[in-house]
Design a protein around this ligand. Sequence first.
Ligand SMILES: [Cu+2]
Length: 273
Amino acid sequence: MNFFKTKKNYFLLFFVFLLNGCSGGITSPKGIIAIEQRNLILISFLVMLIVVIPVIFMTLFFSFKYHHTSKNSQYNPNWNNSHKIELFSWGIPIILITFLAFLSWNKTHELDPRKEIKTHFNPIKIKVVSLNWKWLFIYPKQKIISINEVVFPTNVPIKFYITSKTVMNSFFIPSLGSQIYAMPGMISKLSLISNFSGINKGISSNYSGSGFSDMKFDAFSAFNLNFFNSWIYKVKKTGKNIKNLDNSFNIFYKDFKKYFVFSDFNIIKKLLD
Ligand SMILES: [Cu+2]
């Protein structure tokens, strides 16, 4: 049988191409937050189709049935009201909107970015600073800094404290969910978790200037705590030592080295304030 013989197969092929670009983002979630958000989008989409599909169908059906050349339609000049139609055209949207409102209200509270994710692991705290045009990841407890690379263990909640040293950006790891703004003078909190090890892409989803297209980072979800600790060890061994800073971020702009180590947290604190 030839695949291209039936219309149905063309239709299937169309959908394959349509969905081709949808890998790696919010449609292939890697953590519970992102899974919940994907489901919310899909449920809302399907619920809205309850209205959209009949409307498309009726538009076509009515224009054929009541076309001026059509012979099987009735001419009804004195018709003015139908409770049945009113019931459908008001009743169904009211039910759907009530359902969507209920769902959105509950999910936005449940998936509040600031809310801590409860597991039996303590969350890992990472400070994120957006610069022109790179991402700085500060691990206060581990006393390290890495540029455009963030590593955390799988199944351990991560608590990001996000700010900007320049213009406004938006911190977003699509496969883990929830984008949040990085703003100067403010700290946005974001809780995420990754339940699969591997590389996730990170971006800024808010246009911020000419070097914006380079504001991408790798978010590695380490297989377990041991892998995470060995990464920390590697950074401490290879990172450039920060002993004193003249109150500026210039060192991060000039230096193309990816990792930094600091012995005294006051150095970093001074920069963040
Ligand atoms: Cu906005």
